[in-house]
Design a protein around this ligand. Structure first.
Ligand code: 2NL
Length: 348
């Protein structure tokens, strides 16, 4: 029995030396002191010993059990301390580490689009002019042939700043045209300008935001023809989309131009090949730009003699242009500030 006690002790010592976690310590405890443990088996065998041998062997085995239990408890404490210290060290900030860095920034797709269009127009001799977003009714509507009773105002309801008498003379501009009127008054003719910027309308649905971005162009010279307008806009669209696109000009109406037209380009998504195309609704065409020859009374409102000068103007939505060029399928991605959509697969 004595040699068995020594055997158990030495095998415990050997195995305990290998233990390096509280989990493996628990396994060790079960192997020696558990119901089917090595030491437990010896204790059970006491009954088969002779009455003379039993007390001594019992004493030795009980002493060994106490010893093992004690060693296990000590080891457990040490392991828990070491594990806590390791966990804490993992949380500690190593101030000598280099920073993780940030992904490179980029222009907002609408800003990018605005710069691309402005660059093309600058190549055609146009300058950029900016103006106030809080405008006067006169510049936004009145001088553009839209008196207060005009039905075209219904489509351009906006946000007003009533004065003390309750009159609504100050508003958020519904288009960038008032900036073009201001430019005509300031610089006179001849004039070639583009006016990009934020505009506002009382609209809010999946394809209309209360704030959106527009770019208008204005050219005032002597004896300008509609064909100059058509050529300039073809140049703009082909330059912007980077390839020759089919186009068509349809008759339209705006209060401030006469005659007025709209430009359609071939669908940049399907090229007219997909009758179920979500982008062109199966028509093969995309409406991208409204335009016309500036109405003589608008030229006059700009302080320019319409008998001496004429010209053309056009306007387009920059948000829509950005969505078409960059394949953005929901207007809300442009406004919610979540860049993850632009960093990963967009169709996901
Ligand atoms: C559209 C259509 C257009 C204009 C804007 C304009 C400006 C002046 C005089 C005459 Cl100062 N016209 N701008 C003309 C035709 C169309 O925009 O669909 N915009 C998103």
């Amino acid at each position: 029995m004595k040699s068995q006690v020594e055997e158990v002790r030495s095998s415990f010592e050997a195995e305990a030396a290998e233990v390096n976690s509280s989990a493996s310590l628990q396994e060790l405890k079960v192997r020696f002191l558990g119901k089917k443990g090595t030491l437990t088996a010896l204790l059970k065998s006491l009954g088969s010993l002779s009455p003379e041998e039993r007390p001594l062997a019992g004493e030795a085995l009980n002493a060994l059990r106490d010893e093992l239990e004690q060693k296990i408890e000590q080891k457990k404490l040490k392991l828990i301390q070491a594990e806590d210290a390791a966990a804490e060290a993992g949380d500690r900030v190593d101030v000598t580490m280099p920073s993780r860095g940030r992904p490179a920034g980029a222009f907002h797709p609408v800003a990018q689009t605005m710069h691309e269009i402005v660059n093309i127009m600058q190549g055609l001799g146009y300058s950029v002019v900016q103006g106030p977003e809080v405008e006067e009714d006169y510049y936004n509507f009145e001088c553009l042939n839209m008196p207060s009773w005009h039905p075209a105002r219904d489509m351009q309801d906006t946000f007003y700043f009533p004065d003390e008498g309750g009159e609504r003379k100050t508003l958020l501009r519904t288009h960038t045209s008032p900036t073009q009127i201001r430019a005509m008054l300031q610089y006179g003719a001849p004039l070639r300008i583009v006016c990009p910027g934020k505009v506002y309308r009382r609209d809010n649905d999946p394809t209309h935001s209360p704030m959106f971005n527009q770019l208008e162009g204005l050219l005032i010279e002597k004896e300008v023809s509609f064909s100059v307008l058509k050529g300039s806009l073809r140049e703009l669209m082909n330059g912007f989309f980077g390839r020759e696109l089919k186009n068509r000009f349809r008759a339209s109406y705006f209060p401030f131009t006469e005659p007025s037209m709209e430009l359609d380009i071939e669908c940049v998504e399907c090229g007219g090949e997909n009758s179920g195309c979500r982008i062109c609704k199966g028509t093969g065409w995309l409406e991208v730009c409204g335009m016309g020859m500036v109405h003589p009374s608008v030229v006059r409102a700009g302080g320019i003699n319409p008998d001496e000068y004429n010209g053309f103007a056009f306007g387009m939505g920059l948000d829509r242009m950005a969505m078409l060029k960059y394949g953005i399928n929901d207007l809300r991605y442009l406004f919610n500030g979540n860049v993850s959509y632009f960093l990963s697969g967009r169709d996901a």
